[in-house]
Ligand binder design. Structure first.
Ligand code: HEC
Length: 120
């Protein structure tokens, strides 16, 4: 009986920590965004930057889906670290992106962190 209890506790713990590893998402559709509470405090300023800069041409939903599913929603291409970097450069080249090199670099680091968090 004791063993069974221990096993149940272990399984519960395992599922809990798995569920906890993913970065949480709040809202739906146009209001969808990462939950800042589930992101390490050191990345909160970058989260704010992303929530300001990356909604100029489309909503955060696109970015959230790409990171949570590991697939770019429009092209269906894998959205991994390589894609993040390529996308950052693409953004920088877009006219009216209203972002400089430093900001893009910060957001690439943030997206890599989010991808890593979701892998754990
Ligand atoms: C200047 C306008 C503009 C800004 C600013 C912008 N995007 Fe985009 N984004 C686009 C357009 C246009 C597309 C559609 C396809 C393309 O050009 O890649 C897109 C597509 C995407 C996709 C889907 C790509 C695919 O292949 O499915 C993601 C993810 C994305 N953007 C994330 C971001 C992030 C993260 C930021 C902030 C760093 C950002 N966007 C800022 C214009 C913008």
């Amino acid at each position: 009986m004791k063993r069974l209890l221990l096993l149940t506790a272990l399984i519960t713990l395992a599922t809990y920590s798995l569920a906890d590893a993913r970065v949480k998402v709040k809202g739906r559709g146009d209001k969808m965004n990462f939950d800042p509470e589930s992101v390490d405090a050191s990345f909160r300023p970058s989260m704010d930057l992303m929530s300001k800069k990356c909604i100029k041409c489309h909503t955060m939903e696109r970015t959230v889906i790409a990171i949570q599913t590991g697939r770019a929603p429009l092209t269906g291409q894998p959205f991994d670290k390589q894609a993040v970097k390529a996308y950052g450069i693409k953004m920088l080249r877009k006219p009216n992106s209203d972002m400089n090199k430093q900001e893009i670099r910060e957001l690439v680091v943030l997206m890599n962190y989010l991808l890593d968090e979701n892998k754990r």
